[in-house]
Design a protein around this ligand. Structure first.
Ligand code: FMN
Length: 338
């Protein structure tokens, strides 16, 4: 387990399915020493039945501090998972109370747990019996008709009494009833930063991390006047080096060398790419480097798909990353890409 400093949560990268896997987290850790990273959500059943055939979602390397996000509503199962997660060297258990997907709703986990704070509290209680890791909760400002600060305050009150002292608040509600999909649920309900600031005022002793549409260092700095930390999702996928820009501003970190980061990540790919693993599982996280250049669309498609069919994929990747100077000496357009 990583020893965390007092600023451990001031900068977080959001859990994102299909993005914040072990490879991306390794890459991000090369960019930021400080940022708290999160895994993709993993449902408790898939850990207990080990159904994930693509790769083992628990294995990770040099990405601490990192929180493991669990989805589920069964205290005993979550508690069993927490024990396993702890044995893999994670630093925190984060319970998902924000996912609006149909799958989450049909399994009674994610955002629908927002209307069941007693179950959330039971889950937290059980987890803390089986694991010494801190438990945090990522949730929304409300769901459907449960859309006021009084309900949110009561939810946080109950759940914090069960032992949670850090909440990640995606600053919008989730709409479950109308069949709006998760993608729309990240844009349609209006963002409401003020409600998050209010919650911090009501709970000065809790850590409140604000999430939602933070796109640049100044956004982050501004929110940090009112809350303990910021959590960024899509903007980091579009430009992972934004983490460094924010670290420079809020954690007095130095500029990281982009070329050095890419070299280190290439070494990691070299070490971990073997038979039965797709090279694009590693390189899909680099496509953001190639935004904004002539022919970049083709290069990005290549990194996500066609590279798998090259006879010597590592050699080809090396050429692409270091010899063709596609991005290293080119204009720094990708940092504006979303
Ligand atoms: C592709 C994608 C996958 C996501 N997967 C998860 C997830 O597994 N768990 C979770 O709590 N939130 C998930 N989210 C929501 C993000 O964590 C975050 O709350 C949301 O994107 C808002 O932050 P942003 O505006 O900085 O992107 C996902 C978001 C995206 C874009």
């Amino acid at each position: 387990m990583t020893i965390m400093n007092k600023n451990s949560y001031n900068l977080c990268v959001a859990p994102m399915m299909g993005h914040t896997d072990a490879h991306f987290r390794y890459f991000l850790r090369l960019i930021s020493k400080h940022a708290m990273l999160y895994t993709e959500m993993v449902a408790s059943n898939s850990i207990l039945h080990n159904k994930s055939k693509k790769y083992d979602k628990l294995t990770h390397e040099q990405d601490n501090p990192v929180g493991f996000q669990l989805g589920g509503d069964d205290p005993k199962k979550l508690s069993e998972c927490a024990k396993i997660v702890e044995s893999y060297g994670y630093d925190e258990i984060n319970l998902n109370v924000g996912c609006p997907s149909k799958r989450a709703q049909s399994g009674n986990f994610g955002a629908c747990l927002f209307s069941q704070p007693d179950i959330v509290a039971k889950c937290v209680n059980e987890i803390t019996k089986n694991s010494s890791l801190p438990v945090t909760v990522k949730t929304r400002l409300g769901i459907d008709n449960l859309n006021d600060i009084i309900y949110l305050k009561d939810f946080i009150d109950k759940v914090s009494n069960s032992g949670v002292n850090t909440f990640h608040l995606h600053a919008r509600i989730a709409i479950l009833k109308k069949g709006i999909n998760p993608k729309h649920n990240r844009t349609i309900p209006e963002i409401n930063y003020e409600r998050v600031y209010e919650i911090k005022k009501l709970f000065p002793n809790l850590k409140i991390i604000l999430n939602g549409e933070i796109n640049g260092p100044n956004d982050a700095l501004n929110h940090l006047k009112y809350v303990d930390g910021v959590m960024l999702g899509r903007s980091i996928c579009a430009n992972p080096f934004l983490l460094n820009d924010i670290d420079i501003l809020i954690n007095s970190e130095e500029v990281v060398g982009k070329k050095r980061v890419i070299e280190q990540y290439f070494d990691y790919i070299n070490k971990n790419f073997k038979k039965d693993v797709k090279i694009t599982d590693f390189t899909k996280h680099l496509t953001c480097l190639f935004k904004g250049y002539i022919g970049s669309k083709h290069t990005r498609a290549f990194m996500c798909h066609e590279l798998n069919f090259e006879k010597y994929p590592l050699k080809k990747l090396e050429e692409l990353l270091f010899k063709e100077d596609l991005w290293i000496n080119g204009p720094d357009l990708y940092s504006k890409a979303i």
